[in-house]
Design a protein around this ligand. Structure first.
Ligand code: FMN
Length: 147
């Protein structure tokens, strides 16, 4: 099938050595279907299997935080989360799509969402009156999340 306006839409694409069957991406969207502790639920697995069945080549799974915090998304800060995330990824792969993961560090508003891991590019607080200023001296911490 060729779309007159987007002739490459249904052509294979590559990100590095990962082949994607078309150029359609299901962007990151917090589904609020996860458990409050950030672990994966059966409803979430079903929802992403259906999303992948819709035909997108790349399907992002909610968003996942690399630090412990209350979140609307998933958690990827502990090895114990790997099994659930793998099930989610497998559900997407079983429909021929590539699973994607958005890592969502809360940055300078970490305190607002219940994490002590407040980091940022400068010591500017999330909002006036917030006591926790970002630990901007520790550049290594920022680098950890960007590699
Ligand atoms: C319920 C909901 C949750 C979303 N969650 C995320 C998210 O976790 N990460 C993100 O980068 N964007 C998130 N978005 C933004 C979407 O991925 C998308 O960029 C946005 O909806 C614009 O695309 P659209 O015009 O096709 O709706 C969310 C949007 C909605 C409606």
């Amino acid at each position: 099938m060729v779309n007159a306006y987007y002739p490459n839409l249904f052509k294979k694409g590559h990100i590095g050595n990962v082949e994607i069957k078309n150029r359609i991406v299901r962007n990151s969207m917090g589904t609020y279907l996860g458990n409050p502790d950030g672990t994966v639920t059966d409803r979430q697995i079903k929802a992403y299997a259906e999303a992948a069945d819709g035909g997108a080549g790349l399907v992002f799974m909610d968003n996942a935080t690399p630090v412990p915090m209350a979140s609307c998304g998933l958690r990827a800060d502990l090895d114990t989360h790997i099994a659930g995330l793998s099930l989610l990824a497998d559900a997407i792969k079983s429909h021929g799509a590539v699973p994607g993961m958005q890592l969502a560090h809360p940055g300078r508003d970490a305190g607002f969402v219940g994490s002590a891991d407040v980091i940022g590019a400068s010591a500017i607080t999330f909002e006036p009156g917030t006591k926790l200023a970002p630990n901007y001296h520790v550049r290594y911490q920022l680098m950890k999340f960007t590699i």
